[in-house]
Write a protein of this length. Structure first.
Ligand code: ADP
Ligand code: MG
Length: 390
């Protein structure tokens, strides 16, 4: 789960991480009031969307007066911000953070992320801050310093000192940097985050170290421990069909193709997407209905698949192990009756109660194409998708 910069900063502040003074605004007038309330010049007007790269895209602007903050806010609010992380459709700006403008001496990078390969958090620091860290990692990885953390012991002060010296900070700032990094790790741990990123980690002209930008991702597996995070969720930033799918505990991710797939098991779902591509098609989504899917869940899944306007054909690929093929067939037939299917549907069923499942499909009076095996299913669905799009 992602949150906005202003929410990340509020959370980090509670753990003693230094952040700029800032006020949230949702109208141009609120932006004016916020700038006035901060009583400093300049202020920075920052678009709040769940994507980085806002600075380059015009989503971070300096205002010298409250009036100017109001003008910038009027232009930003309601506009679509397109950054290298949003995709070409961009994100609508609905919220702004009005922040004190700080005098920049130097911009660094700090990040803590779970390294799944080694099963430990890694604390990263770089003097190449302010820019895209992915670029730095790709072209000059030696500029990123790393400290691996033993989660049982935690991030040690000597590790923080190593990073602080590695950044080339002057001696009189080392203690301040160490304090900042320890607070940041404490926040990462206590918040059950999977990522905390400060880019830029700012050194001001008056020698203060401050988080000028902040990104926090929560580990979804730990969300049950934080019922209070629910109010931090911004549904405007999420794909509507993915929100609907999450209500039914479906693992659904929308993609750009035109062949919808309904599959049980993440591995089979990946294999199905691969074989669709191999047959020359493009999957419209990833969907795992799960091992013990109920008829209701299968119905919901089918409805969600068909709600995607790009879909030209559907492939249902089910291996009945715990889930029974007849139950899946009934769910699909029920959903097809209720929603009406205008696109061809190819079904490949295998496993528990497969004969009964096929009988349900045959006797439904609906037009399903039954396939023998995955390869046949993929070829059939690709051919049908081509025909229905031409
Ligand atoms: P993004 O990463 O989405 O581009 P940032 O919050 O990192 O957004 O802002 C981009 C740049 O804007 C920063 O690298 C910094 O130079 C400048 N900036 C952001 N906030 C402030 C601020 N409060 N005071 C001064 N400059 C700022
Ligand atoms: Mg940034």
């Amino acid at each position: 789960m992602n949150v906005h910069e202003y929410q990340a900063k509020e959370l980090l502040k509670k753990y003693g991480v230094a952040v700029p003074r800032g006020i949230v605004a949702r109208t141009p007038d609120e932006a004016y009031q916020a700038a006035k309330g901060l009583a400093t010049a300049p202020v920075v007007v920052k678009a709040q969307i769940h994507a980085g790269g806002r600075g380059k895209a015009g989503g971070v602007k300096l205002a010298q007066t409250p009036e100017e903050a109001r003008e910038i806010a009027a232009r930003m609010l309601g506009s679509k911000l397109v950054t290298h992380q949003t995709g070409p459709e961009g994100r609508e700006v609905r919220t702004l953070l009005i922040e004190e403008g700080l005098p920049i001496e130097q911009e660094f990078y700090l990040g803590i992320v779970l390294d799944r390969a080694i099963g430990r958090p890694v604390f990263m620091a770089s003097a190449a801050g302010g820019m895209e860290i992915e670029e730095v990692a790709a072209h000059s990885p030696e500029k990123i310093l790393k400290e691996t953390i033993d989660p049982a012991i935690g991030f040690r002060p000597f590790q923080a000192r190593k990073l602080a010296f590695g950044l080339g900070l002057p001696t009189e700032l080392i203690n301040q940097a160490v304090k900042f990094m320890l607070a940041l790790y404490n926040a990462y741990e206590q918040l059950d985050a999977s990522l905390v990123e400060i880019n830029p980690f700012l050194l001001t002209k008056d020698k203060r170290l401050i988080a000028l930008d902040a990104k926090v991702n929560f580990d979804d597996n730990a969300l049950f421990r934080h019922p209070d995070y629910a109010e931090l969720r911004d549904l405007n930033e999420e794909e509507p069909l993915e929100i609907e799918a999450s209500k039914y505990d479906l693992n659904y991710i929308k993609l750009d193709g035109d062949i919808a797939c309904m599959v049980n098991g993440a591995g089979l779902a990946m294999a199905t997407m691969d074989i669709i591509k191999l047959a020359g098609g493009e999957p419209a989504n990833f969907l795992d209905v799960g091992g013990g899917a109920s008829q209701e869940r299968v119905e919901a899944a089918f409805r969600i698949l068909l709600a995607d306007e790009n879909v030209r054909a559907v492939l249902i690929n089910i291996f009945g192990g715990i889930v029974r093929c007849d139950m899946v067939a009934r769910g699909v037939v029920e959903a097809a009756r209720k929603t009406g299917v205008k696109v061809p549907v190819v079904v490949r069923l295998q496993g528990t109660n497969v004969e009964e499942g096929q009988r349900v499909l045959r006797e439904s009076g609906l037009n399903f194409t039954v396939a023998d095996g995955m390869k046949d299913a993929a070829e059939k669905v690709v051919a049908l998708a081509r025909r229905s799009s031409s």
